[in-house]
Design a protein around this ligand. Sequence first.
Ligand code: FES
Ligand SMILES: [Fe+2]
Length: 392
Amino acid sequence: MYINFWYPIVLCKDLGALPQKVRILSHDFVVFRDEQGTPAVLSDTCGHRGASLSAGKCKEDGTIQCPYHGWRYNTKGVCTLIPSIGKTTKPPPRARVDSYPVQEKHGIVFAFLGDLPEAERPPIMPIPEAEDPQWRPTLLTFDVNYYYERSIENGLDPAHNEYVHPTHGHSGEREDTYIMTDLRPHQNNIWGNGFLSSFDAPPIRSRFWKLFRKPGGKMEAGSGTYGPNHMWTYINFNAKTGIHQFMFEAPIDEHNTRIFLLCYRNLGFFRIDRAGFLGKIFKPFLNRLIDKKIDQRNMVIAMQDVKVINNLKPTLTPPLRTRELMMPADRVIHEYRDKLLSFEERGWRIDLPALRKAHETGDVIYAIPSPERRQLNTWVLENVPLIAKSEA
Ligand code: FES
Ligand SMILES: [Fe+2]
């Protein structure tokens, strides 16, 4: 797990007037909206005696009030009131908790969990489809009981489709011809790697999908990463139409992951901006029906993956590549691990054995460092242990 990336926290529509606790990177955060409705993400551990802020209340002045002794923290994490010393006494400088940069994008509240200044932060994965009215999104979220890297690597693996997803392949019926050598690099950049490959289109097994493509011919698909936890997947039925999916993954801890799946399609919906009077009434309804079908379909496919990944051994990514026997179709998984190594060399990798030890003994609680830690060195909680930056 790595600091200094954008992590999905909660769906915007699910964040109302009450604070919520969210666990990511094996740390607890509180997410809430201030009096203007702007979301804030803070470390959940109160700087006084360690109560959970998410069990507190959002106050009319935009602060969150700790449930134990009523300390109030603003969206910057600064304590504005300590009731036991009175309203007229200013809280001391150490009375603060980490506050993380937040963006609401694609219907998701994202937080930057790290201490990099704004200009140096890796961005949220770019999605040009979000700016184009020819593409329509659906968005869902679900939890899986495995490590997020296992999930990402599954998405980068083109050879499993044939066997795991009856709708994506030929269900092993053509195993002699299903050779994956044509992985063309696509969208390789400083934050990630990807590929596209062409293959014979699988048979269409449902009437619903006949709406989306004609049987036979060639199709193109591929996927790639952006940072440790953002991934794109393209399924192009032909040069013009397809489905483009974007996953944002939140590692809850080493054994659990929350996945936010944003699925764009440029077919199978009605453009409301071009509809007439009656169309404006009926077409949104029809679009929502198809959206629901798409979400159901995506969950069926996700559960096919879950069934296999739940039983992968070891449960975490093996530290040595010689502990697996990779084939050319696994090339992009290697490239993803190379990228993770480059993040580790920057000093962004959490030292998991050290963190596990702290959780076992229960006498230390760490914080993911926020950008403010670069300005002030007076904090109640220690920084999470990180693997030392490479000297090179
Ligand atoms: S523990 Fe939060 S106010 Fe005391
Ligand atoms: Fe899959």
